[in-house]
Design a protein around this ligand. Sequence first.
Ligand code: OAD
Length: 275
Amino acid sequence: MDDALRALLDAGLAGTGPIVVMTGAGISAESGIPTFRGEEGYWTVGSEHYHPMEMATQEAYRRMPEEVWRWYLYRRSVCRKAQPNPAHLALVRLERALGDRFLLVTQNVDGLHLRAGNTEARTYQIHGNIDYLRCGDEPSSLRPVPLAIGEDWEAGSPFTEEARALLSCCDGGRFARPHVLWFDECYDEALFRFESSLRAASAAALLIVIGTSGATNLPMQVGAIVAERGAPMIVINQDPSPFSRFAERSARGAFLQGSAGEHLPPMVEHLVQHA
Ligand code: OAD
């Protein structure tokens, strides 16, 4: 690790605000989960019959709940088969070392950060979690997808009566919905920690951005706030992105091009040693 990077990490530790880590699909790529916009990405390949961006909408769910559920149950089975990788485990180590100074903002719905051991209290899942469902927008209805649904849903598996019953709301025949943020929906605080994420950006002593292309609104706001404040920012990404440009334009920024598994563990080692 070079001196400039070490200095940024030390500046983060010396500050008073949280050390905020913001992740996207790239951190789970090494666990075998497709990203969204890569060649094999979900938004590129899609479901059997529909364009993927059409599927991830409230409008599609209203029109064809079973088709939308089948697609999410298939994606969920991909996530359940995947295991946390060294980058996820490094973030668990970092949370244990930093305690309340640690905050994780993740766009990933795969649940791998929590399965690795990061705590729900310090993990803002700003796009939801594919292992959960809810009835409408009511936060109190949030609950895990029933175990009996199974974790080996193949693409194109037919919908059974049993699955239909397990995925319905307690108040009758209505379908519960996957707990994910769709393209025709807005961020909010109760379900997606919108204001809390912006507050974290305003106070962050260091922002580490990992594996995201910068295509969504709240992460871009978080990056822009930190860049505007001139707070230390480190970006780990396979390809250049709007975040890497923020980092490269900042006197207190660094862009590490490459994989999360390669770049994150040594940085965490340094932070843990000096926390
Ligand atoms: P994308 O698929 O848009 O971007 C993934 C990024 O990760 C790319 O910039 C890759 O270069 C990078 N990458 C790939 N493998 C990597 C690795 N091993 N290490 C480091 N970087 C790597 O995924 P996101 O930015 O996460 O939202 O997409 C953001 C949101 O868009 C998703 O949460 C989803 C989607 O629409 C919703 O569903 C609401």
